[in-house]
Write a protein that binds this ligand. Sequence first.
Ligand code: SAM
Length: 228
Amino acid sequence: KLSIRLQEVGGFVPQDAILLDIGSDHAYLPIHLVRMGRIKSAIAGEVVQGPYDSAKSNIAAFGLSDSITVRLASGLAAFDPEIDGVDTITIAGMGGHLIADILGEGQEKLAQISRLILQPNNGEWYLRNWLQAHQFQISHEMILTENDKLYEIIVASPSKTLIELSEDDLRFGPILRREKSEVFRLKWQSELRAYQAILSQIPVSAADKRQDFLEKIAKIEEVLDVSK
Ligand code: SAM
């Protein structure tokens, strides 16, 4: 059964999309979406031979080799914008830095993409900052837990009239920080405890460093409305 994390990623894929799933591993996500009648076709991109082979055999086992193509390639090299008609890209289960690097390496190929659905395991600030710097507007965000892990999903589209993100938006998520869901609170309460633990170890003599952490803590408390 598909993880809740990947089901939620798939939920943001537009109906009848032509999908490129980068780092597809077993190709579970494109297989799920084709079987649900959600997408027209998909390319599953994988840079490592083992996962590439398992994607291929899974797709064949479901009889979906006509609608899902597997390509052994790094990042955006898996598709040709003039031939493949890809309009949606998913990249899930990697660090935010790696996701941004993958997008940055073939940036001119993103011109025809209408939606990016990204699920960074960390480095969310960096990824949001990259999106902003490259004219992508975040349209949806989601935070969820599965097996005691926290995951964020960031959905973005190219935009000529970008609404600039504040430092708080970059850090907490422009949509997540306004929604303040239960899971969002859990994440930042745990970050808060971690920062407080670090602060308690910083000697009073390191005043600048203490100040730095005090500011980080105050910011999280503000977002969590701790005083209320
Ligand atoms: N997307 C799946 C998920 O979310 O469950 C699999 C995540 S798995 C942790 C990351 C996959 O990305 C691995 O199979 C790895 O080989 C692949 N990968 C890493 N860098 C890549 C790149 N530059 N291009 C394509 N695939 C890559």
